[in-house]
Design a protein around this ligand. Structure first.
Ligand code: AHR
Length: 663
């Protein structure tokens, strides 16, 4: 096909350039505007999510109280402390004797022998509780007491207790469990801080029991049990087409009992026991299946739903057959929960949970990274899910987690059913991404479509640096050029809480602490690629693309590989066929400015003024951080002197998008 031919010629020219035949000559890109060999997939850029790096608890999910149902540690009330002043005598302990229901089985008991000036319990939140000016927080908790006339005081205060930012009271606490609601409003002149805690204190001696203690700041769209506004805004700005949920390893669980069991994540919070996640901490499951779907709705994303497929991270699995059937049935029920109308069993449950309107669903992924299942059981498991889902939902597109060229599961080909789509995962350094930027150029166009369901250039921590953004951008030029076959892609992981202990996986797209959040250079690279993707790929050829030597990964060096020359500049061109606007993306990975001649063959009128969106850094190691969140952001300028041929000089270490109006 033409795209391939065009790229072949680019490769040959690159080879000539490397051979020194034209090393000094000017780089040239020639676009054939009347040759658009591929469509750009409108769903090319989406999001991948799971509970990792405190993505929801301590991240997107706005709950501020950590260990709200006291199950994080069966031995001690982690993140809770006794607060005492004056001559108070008291103690706190976990108590498993006073169940509220099947989910709320462990509570916190406060025994006050002598009340003193103040006695209570304090929660330190997720690395602090964010206090902001003129803000109303809504909270609730379950409580009971054997003291008479139980009044409880709730305060949002500094961790040393010296500054009280807001306070409220609930009265009438008695010997029956009841839920109490409160709200706290801070003053206008409060300085933002995360050096704060929530305290619930009692004035009288006696025993007090607490459960499901909750506190929410204002949330995105004001949704109850909702999401953090700043992080949602960062995501909304990316205009993602879809959300791959709920994982990742988080879908699978370490063992069957800790898989993402969607049924246990539904309904009011007091019905959610939470579960041990796969990334070393427990999940509250406040971000349950419906919350994922509402997140999609809020950001106009399609859910790409991954269903548990009978394989867990400890390599336990079920062979296809009767033992697997309950999980296949569970997946069918899950699909019905998402898409069924209110007259279906699970559609009715969704309505009861507050969302009568069904959600659109096009893609179901069967499992996650089943290439790690060395038993080879996936072929059969995939076939069993495939047959059951296609029988009931023939329009759903089914995604296999093996069968691609990412190396995962290559020993166990998928033979029994042909997947509609294959999910491939790539985690690499910048040089590996750049060396392989033409990865999809020679994929079989008749085979399944490709979903690059996890990918990232992993340089920089907790969030990637600019060198990683360059690797990402090079990789994205390849995905975009081939987006007739690469129909969807999503970077992973999406989030990291940057506090010490918050990160389990280095190089994550968006970082935050309790007070603020920021996008990495990779975040901005993706954002500008998605905002400027057009709908058709334009054939493009190149001359004299500069080259550099590959930097081998530790793995490749250890394997005795020798570095080879790779391109140092990457490009793709697309157009919006309605408006005639063309988008030329050029990535300069070198530390020197690069002059490029550009020819627009077949263009009628070319507007002499266009736009340049430039993302660049002084050094590849430069990055954004929680203290310098906007060090590297795209800058948009008007450029002049455009025509059928023109020249541009690209800044060192830069990702450039030229927008050019043609008729
Ligand atoms: O993105 C982090 C992890 O990488 C995902 O959970 C898993 O699917 C992959 O191995």
């Amino acid at each position: 096909m033409t795209v391939k031919n065009t790229r072949l010629s680019a490769a040959i020219l690159f080879g000539l350039c490397m051979a020194g035949l034209s090393a000094q000559s000017q780089t040239k890109l020639t676009l054939q505007l009347d040759n658009t060999p591929a469509k750009v997939s409108p769903a090319l850029y989406g999001l991948m999510t799971e509970e990792i790096n405190y993505s929801y608890d301590g991240g997107l999910y706005a709950e501020l109280i950590r260990n709200r149902i006291f199950k994080d540690n069966p031995k001690a009330p982690d993140h809770w402390a006794l607060v005492q002043s004056g001559d108070s005598k008291a103690s706190i302990a976990l108590d498993n004797k006073h169940h509220i229901n099947e989910a709320l089985t462990t509570c916190l008991r406060l025994d006050i022998e002598q009340a003193g000036a103040r006695t209570g319990i304090a929660n330190d939140g997720y690395w602090g509780i964010p206090v902001k000016p003129a803000t109303t927080y809504h909270g609730s908790f379950y409580a009971r007491t054997d003291a008479t006339g139980g009044t409880l005081t709730i305060s949002l205060e500094s961790t040393d207790g010296k500054t009280v930012y807001a306070t409220a009271q609930v009265a009438g606490v008695n010997d029956q469990w009841q839920q109490y609601k409160y709200s706290l409003t801070t003053a206008k002149d409060v300085k933002p801080t995360a050096d704060a805690r929530l305290v619930i204190s009692a004035g009288k001696a006696g025993s007090y029991w607490f459960n499901l203690v909750s506190l929410f700041p204002p949330t995105y769209h004001g949704t109850a049990n909702g999401n953090r506004i700043d992080i949602m805004q960062l995501l909304a700005d990316m205009k993602p087409a879809f959300l791959r949920l709920p994982g990742g390893n988080y879908l699978e669980g370490q063992m069957f009992s800790t898989r993402f069991n969607w049924k246990k994540t539904l309904g009011s919070l007091d019905k959610r026991p939470g579960h041990m996640g796969t990334w070393s901490y427990r999940s509250s499951d406040g971000m349950g299946l419906l919350e994922y779907l509402e997140w999609c709705e809020d950001l106009h994303m399609d859910p790409v739903l991954a269903v548990f497929a009978g394989y867990t991270l400890n390599r336990d699995y079920l062979e296809a057959g009767p033992l697997l059937k309950p999980f296949v049935d569970e997946a069918l029920e899950e699909i019905e929960y998402v898409t069924g109308d209110v007259n279906t069993k699970w559609g009715a449950v969704r309505a009861q949970n507050g969302h009568p309107k069904p959600f659109n669903l096009k893609y179901i992924e069967i499992g996650n990274e089943d290439g790690f299942d060395v038993s080879g059981s996936y072929d059969g498991r995939f076939a069993q899910f495939y047959d059951a889902i296609k029988a009931k939902y023939p329009n759903l597109q089914l995604i296999s987690t093996i069968g691609g060229r990412d190396g995962l599961g290559s020993r166990f080909p998928i033979t029994l059913r042909k997947p509609d789509v294959i999910d491939e995962h790539y985690y690499r350094n910048a040089s590996e991404m750049e060396s392989d930027a033409s990865h999809y150029d020679d994929y079989d166009r008749k085979g399944p479509k490709i979903f690059v369901g996890e990918w990232a250039t992993r340089e920089g921590s907790p969030t990637p640096n600019f060198n990683a953004a360059l690797g990402d951008a090079a990789w994205m030029t390849g995905m975009e050029r081939n987006s007739d076959i690469v129909i969807m892609s999503c970077y992973a992981p999406l989030f990291v809480n940057v506090n010490p202990g918050g990160m389990q996986w280095k190089s994550d797209l968006i970082g935050y602490n309790a007070l603020s959040s920021y996008g990495s250079p990779s975040y901005y690279a993706q954002k500008i690629f998605n905002e400027n993707k057009g709908d058709k790929v334009i054939a493009i050829s190149s001359e004299n693309i500069p080259a550099k030597m590959q930097k081998l990964s530790g793995r490749d060096s250890a394997a005795g590989k020798t570095p080879k020359a790779i391109p140092a500049m990457f490009y793709v061109a697309t157009k919006d066929s309605k408006t005639g606007k063309i988008y030329i993306k050029i990535v300069n990975t070198l530390g020197t400015a690069q002059a490029v001649d550009i020819e627009l063959k077949g263009a009628g009128n070319v507007n002499a003024n266009g736009t340049l969106i430039e993302l660049k850094a002084d050094k590849p190691e430069d990055t954004n951080s929680i203290t310098e969140p906007q060090k590297i952001v795209p800058v948009t300028t008007t450029i002049k002197g455009l025509g059928q041929t023109f020249s541009r000089t690209l800044a060192p270490y830069s990702i450039n998008i030229l927008q050019i109006d043609t008729k």
